[in-house]
Write a protein that binds this ligand. Structure first.
Ligand SMILES: *[C@@H]1O[C@H](CO)[C@@H](O)[C@H](O)[C@H]1NC(C)=O
Ligand SMILES: *[C@@H]1O[C@H](CO)[C@@H](O)[C@H](O)[C@H]1NC(C)=O
Ligand SMILES: *[C@@H]1O[C@H](CO)[C@@H](O)[C@H](O)[C@H]1NC(C)=O
Ligand SMILES: *[C@@H]1O[C@H](CO)[C@@H](O)[C@H](O)[C@H]1NC(C)=O
Ligand SMILES: *[C@@H]1O[C@H](CO)[C@@H](O)[C@H](O)[C@H]1NC(C)=O
Length: 308
């Protein structure tokens, strides 16, 4: 009897160790690059969508006739998603380029979303990228953050990645985790929790994107071209004809990653909803105050940003 229990415990422990090792190894698998035609379909503005390099990459553009965008063929429940992206060069105020996950077509009034949004650019100013997410239609509670990029994203390709599990969302730029959200109970439905597709789009965001809407789209500088390459769709595909792929991911950040993230945020973050006391009198429940981040933000705007 005792021996039997011991054996069962041993087997249990052993299999737990195997699972833990397995999770470790599947964290990010750069092998699974997917070509544009295998992973995606045009969504709109089809004649402004041009695959190149034998379908490995795609360029999408906005001109006098149309903006454009593409979407993944499958929807995914959790995973790691990445693309190398090169933004339009030159004056690009009002031009929003995105890489994001969403399910608003399938769940119109309770959609989930995880975003990267590039906010356009004018000569001499910083390049800004925004991240945000919604869960179950929580559009009344934006969770935006904005950061300066430490490079010119229109000169070269850089990797932008989203890790999404049951418990966390992590945004990566190249190998730097720039934002890490841990789900807490009090968020209730606000954390993305239904399968989503992946999208890339370019469109006119003149009324808000660049300088808060101060600098507008000028199509005489167009066509505006954004290039996407090296797609990683390392997710659990939800295919109605097949069972869900085996799919497990690690939730944490290694301490080295956490240090890099802190270094990035304390230097390059320009906005976080977590410290915006004008907008949220009580901070949203997942917010964790980092006093050095706060000090950094208060250098820009002591009236908006404060500790709670
Ligand atoms: C698993 O990840 C930890 C850090 O999270 C690392 O120290 C360890 O070497 C990894 N183990 C394997 C087998 O890759
Ligand atoms: C690119 O993908 C399209 C659509 O699947 C296909 O018709 C075409 O042959 C592909 N081109 C190359 C060079 O693989
Ligand atoms: C911006 O675009 C204009 C018009 O196409 C071109 O003459 C100019 O050289 C470009 N500037 C840069 C910095 O690329
Ligand atoms: C999501 O929203 C729907 C519709 O508003 C609601 O019925 C459901 O309970 C919500 N789910 C969660 C997990 O909050
Ligand atoms: C871009 O959007 C702005 C604000 O919505 C609008 O006023 C403007 O006409 C648009 N420009 C073009 C070229 O569509």
């Amino acid at each position: 009897m005792n021996a039997c229990i011991m054996l069962i415990s041993f087997l249990f422990l052993f299999s737990t160790i195997i699972v833990v090792l397995h999770v470790n190894h599947t964290q990010i698998n750069y092998q699974s690059l997917v070509s544009f035609d295998k992973g995606f379909n045009p969504l709109y503005g089809e004649h402004n969508i041009t695959p190149y390099e034998a379908n490995k990459s795609v360029q999408i553009s906005m001109d006098q006739t149309t903006s454009s965008g593409f979407s993944s063929k499958l929807m995914y429940m959790h995973g790691y998603f990445e693309s190398s992206i090169k933004l339009p060069q030159n004056y690009s105020a009002g031009v929003v380029v995105t890489f994001y996950m969403c399910n608003d077509r399938k769940y119109p009034y309770r959609h989930d979303e995880i975003d990267f949004e590039f906010l356009g650019h004018i000569h001499g100013q910083d390049w800004l990228v925004q991240t945000n997410f919604y869960g179950n239609g929580s559009t009344g509670r934006g969770r935006e953050e904005r950061y300066v990029l430490w490079f010119d994203p229109s000169q070269d390709f850089h990797r932008y990645g989203i890790m999404w599990t049951d418990d966390i969302i992590t945004y990566y730029v190249d190998d730097v985790p720039i934002r890490h959200v841990r789900r807490v109970e009090a968020m209730r439905g606000d954390f993305p929790s239904k399968e989503m597709g992946l999208f890339g789009t370019i469109w006119n965001g003149s009324d808000w994107a660049t300088g808060g809407g101060k600098h507008k789209l000028d199509l005489s500088y167009g066509p505006y071209v954004a290039k996407y390459s090296s797609f990683v769709l390392n997710g659990c595909g939800v295919d109605p004809n097949r069972k869900r792929n085996r799919c497990e991911f690690s939730n944490g950040l290694r301490s080295k990653e956490r240090d890099r993230m802190q270094g990035f945020r304390r230097k390059y973050m320009t906005y976080s909803y977590c410290y915006d006391k004008k907008r949220y009198v009580v901070p949203l429940p997942e917010c964790v105050v980092d006093f050095e981040e706060l000090e950094h933000l208060r250098k820009f705007d002591r009236w908006t940003f404060g500790a709670f």
